[in-house]
Ligand binder design. Structure first.
Ligand SMILES: Cc1cc2nc3c(=O)[nH]c(=O)nc-3n(C[C@H](O)[C@H](O)[C@H](O)COP(=O)(O)OP(=O)(O)OC[C@H]3O[C@@H](n4cnc5c(N)ncnc54)[C@H](O)[C@@H]3O)c2cc1C
Length: 815
């Protein structure tokens, strides 16, 4: 044990592919004093038994960028390290057995074109030509990605470890980390144990790459790392004579993937109801272990596979493999620094795509640790999206039984999780349910997405076409536009920032001027040094020393971290008060008319103008009425203390009967906001999108003095924009936009939509997306181009605009 150092710059915990990749990439950045500790042997957790599929196309541009990076890296590793990784660029084919799946894979093909991934659309006959063993009787279409491949996962990890060692990293096996020590909210080191010996390494940084052990290890330090192991199955056949090299094949409608390897077929499954494993913790002695066979569980997949691939009928089964892998509540992995412990980094929870993901993830995490900020938008996989309640193990166990199968389920838009629901509810939940609400879930919050009419089934009928709630959304949307609608947005994150230095502190973080009189509401962004958007929020000044911040429910943890990270020695307290208040947006041209019936307060423009907040009486209770709107109409967001929420709601609904009040869901809110081109954080605006290019320059006040990102704003003003956020409306009212559809300028793909929905008032699908431009290009030149949008391979004409197509002067919100 003499080789275990007493000090290191970073200790990486876990010698699977994730830890080896992080070590390799930190070493490549020139870091020295890297130590990786593995409790048993390298790859002995999940990595050694992976199937080794390397597919490049993922659901977003940056995830695809990372997967492509992995594929490129694995192709080069052998030359660099001398260790063969078995990487073979054999291509992959995905086939559709239904019309809905056809639409999905054609949309994926369009996405691949937008991301620069080579792709071919195949007819059933062309599928057969490339995969002669397939029964194509019911195949309706296929997509071929020639750049995809397969590799030997264990050897990739070992090659990465070798590459790291060559650059000076210490990689030690049979050393278990027993505890991460901390002081004052910062990591100070790790305690280890090895063959009876014990010791300590002092370090400022640790990276938890502990795979399925990672959750319990993180919990020791109150770090939320929500993952749970599930059993994952494949079989390998005996040698099949005459089997030539084949591409990887995915038949998602039968939950199956096929890989040809050395004359055998590996058949793996993502069955709809998976088997969680390791409920009592992962066994201490687990090392290259397998789990017991479960033929009965696998049989339905095998039966379909034999009919799909008749050669399997006579091939004997050589191996029945069952191995555990970590799954997460949303099927996305975790990267980044824990929100509540400085120096505690994470790269874990890979949902059965850890081999293809780890190359890119290791690169991105190393860069992030090196620079102190993510190299590009990684919000999808950011650890800060994890909610503290997700530490609950029953929640995780039930959820992962569903998420494994969702990998191959139809990826319909608006799909809602079925398991582990109902954890976080608004005080109005039962009131809404009694009135027909159909709920969706975000960050654990149950939110009314739409309201069923009397007798209508309260279920989603999922499709790529108009779903069963389209007409409900239309009615709710038009009520907001022409009458009055009431929403429940209690899931908004609410943060109080208070204290002697609160104003100065927020002035430094916000790009807009928030040093305003009490009662004023300011829409603003918090920027990073690159001018990218870290947070999108409203700041309401409550008093000289108190501010109230409203952020999206999904970004609350992230926003709290950003605030706390910049606190230094400011005399300020930051409190999450999300659960303390319900939020009832009352929106539409008749909102004032309704409020006047139940409130004695003066709601005129003179007394309560747009952008101000005041306490008002409603019925027998009180609300803080914020005159703002995310739907683009006259209205107030009513912030009501949780105990009075039901009373205020009932008062509104009773009086609302006289003016045609309609309860509205989140789907209508989203379709209204996109007509107004209001940006949505995480889609339209992220930390890599410059605030000026996002078209939010109106909310930036460089003249107020210094703030984070100001220099970048000044530089961008000087150098000009290289892309601009544009709103599109399809001229054909039929097709639907969701997001990710390629944007074509004069026939050439220039980007993809960042969000999409239907503009019921504008009469067509609406999308937002960035279009590259020359710095000196005028708005008129940009808009004079011919724009079309690719929807699953069909090209549709689009009207383009820089100003919102709905109410461009925003006269309605100020009415
Ligand atoms: C059947 C199957 C097929 C798969 N097929 C594919 C595929 O085709 N393509 C793909 O991309 N992915 C695939 N995967 C997924 C992939 O194998 C995993 O995502 C990946 O291996 C996870 O790597 P990891 O490093 O996060 O975890 P692991 O490989 O489990 O590594 C974690 C390591 O941490 C160590 N450790 C834990 N706690 C401590 C501690 N306290 N101190 C020291 N060390 C510790 C463990 O011993 C372990 O070695 C498959 C998975 C399965 C089960």
């Amino acid at each position: 044990m003499t080789e275990i150092p007493a000090k290191a710059r970073v200790v990486i915990i876990g010698g699977g592919i994730s830890g080896c990749s992080v070590a390799y990439h930190l070493a490549r950045l020139g870091w020295t004093d890297i130590v990786l500790l593995e409790r048993k042997q390298l790859t002995s957790g999940t990595t050694w038994h992976a199937a080794g599929l390397i597919g490049q196309l993922r659901a977003s541009q940056n995830m695809t960028r990372l997967a492509k990076y992995s594929a490129d890296l694995y192709a080069k590793l052998e030359a660099e390290t001398g260790l063969a990784t078995g990487f073979r660029q054999c291509g992959s084919i995905t086939v559709a057995l239904t019309e809905e799946r056809r639409e999905e894979i054609l949309r994926q093909a369009a996405l691949a074109r937008a991301f620069g991934v080579e792709v071919n659309e195949l007819s059933p006959a062309e599928v057969l030509a490339r995969y002669p063993h397939l029964n194509i009787a019911d195949v309706v279409a296929g997509v071929h990605l020639p750049g995809d491949g397969q590799a030997d996962p264990g050897n990739i990890a070992l090659a990465l470890a070798k590459g790291a060692r060559t650059r000076g990293a210490k990689i030690l096996e049979q050393v278990k980390v027993t505890r991460i020590t901390t002081a004052g909210g910062t990591v100070t080191g790790v305690d280890w144990e090895a063959q009876g010996d014990k010791g300590h390494i002092a370090c400022d940084l640790v990276v938890n790459c502990g795979g399925m052990w990672g959750r319990d290890l993180a919990a020791q330090n109150d770090v939320t790392l929500p993952l749970h192991a599930c059993e994952h199955f494949y079989i390998v056949t005996e040698n099949i004579p005459g089997l030539a090299q084949l591409p990887v094949l995915r038949v998602p409608d039968e939950c199956a993937y096929y890989k040809e390897d050395a004359g055998k077929i590996l058949l793996g499954a993502f069955e709809p109801k998976a088997k969680p494993w390791g409920m009592g913790g992962i066994p201490e002695d687990f090392c290259f272990d397998q789990l017991p066979e479960d033929i009965a569980h696998f049989e339905p997949i095998l039966e379909k596979a034999i009919s799909r691939m008749p050669i399997l009928h006579s091939a004997g089964i050589h191996t029945f493999f069952n191995g555990p892998e970590s799954f997460t509540p949303d099927d996305r992995y975790y990267l980044g620094e824990a929100p509540n412990l400085r120096g505690y980094w994470v790269a874990a929870g890979y949902n059965s795509i850890g081999i293809v993901s780890s190359g890119g993830a290791g690169m991105a995490l190393a860069q992030w640790m090196n620079d102190g900020e993510a190299p590009f938008d990684l919000w999808e996989v950011d650890i800060r999206r994890a909610q503290p309640f997700q530490r609950n193990r029953r929640y995780l166990k039930e959820r992962v039984s569903e998420t494994l199968g969702l990998l191959y389920a139809d990826h319909f838009p608006y799909r809602q999780m079925e398991t582990s629901r109902g954890v976080r509810r608004s005080p109005l939940h039962d009131h809404l349910k009694a009135r027909g609400a159909v709920f969706g879930e975000v960050a654990g919050w149950e939110r009314a997405n739409w309201f069923a009419t009397h007798g209508q089934e309260r279920e989603y009928r999922l499709s790529w076409k108009r779903q069963n709630w389209f007409a409900n959304q239309c009615t709710e949307h038009m009520a907001l536009r022409t009458g009055v609608g009431l929403l429940d947005m209690s899931s908004f994150g609410k943060i109080r920032v208070e204290g002697r230095d609160a104003a100065a502190f927020l002035q430094r973080l916000c790009a807009n001027d928030v040093d305003v009189p009490a009662g004023r509401i300011v829409y603003t962004q918090m920027l990073n040094a690159r001018g990218g958007i870290e947070s999108d929020l409203t700041v309401t000044r409550l008093s000289e020393t108190a501010f109230f911040l409203v952020v999206p429910g999904a970004t609350l943890q992230r926003d709290l971290v950003w605030l706390r990270k910049h606190l230094a020695d400011a005399f300020v307290t930051i409190t999450d008060v999300t659960a303390a208040e319900a939020v009832l947006p009352l929106m539409g041209p008749r909102a004032r008319d309704l409020l006047r019936r139940i409130s004695p307060d003066d709601l005129s423009n003179a007394a309560h103008p747009f952008g101000t907040a005041r306490e008002i009486e409603i019925g027998l209770g009180l609300a803080r009425a914020h005159r703002v709107s995310y739907v683009g109409e006259l209205g107030w967001e009513l912030y009501v203390s949780a105990d009075q929420a039901a009373h205020v709601f009932e008062t509104l609904v009773t009086a609302g009967a006289e003016v045609g009040l309609k309860l509205c869901g989140l789907h209508a809110m989203d379709s209204c906001r996109i007509e107004k081109a209001y940006r949505h954080f995480g889609h339209d605006i992220t930390d890599e999108d410059h605030v000026l290019e996002a078209g939010l320059g109106f909310a930036v006040k460089t003249e107020k003095g210094d703030f984070i990102g100001r220099e970048s704003v000044l530089r961008k003003r000087e150098s000009g924009l290289s892309r601009r956020m544009v709103q599109f409306r399809l001229r054909d009212p039929e097709p639907l936009l969701f997001h990710n559809e390629p944007i074509l300028r004069d026939g050439k793909i220039v980007g993809q939509l960042t969000s999409g929905n239907y503009g019921h008032a504008l009469g067509g699908a609406i999308g937002l997306g960035y279009v590259p431009c020359r710095p000196d290009e005028t708005a008129a030149e940009l808009l004079a181009a011919h724009y079309t949008i690719d929807v699953a391979g069909r090209i549709f004409e689009a009207e383009a605009s820089l100003a919102p197509l709905y109410d461009p002067q925003s006269t309605r919100v100020r009415a």
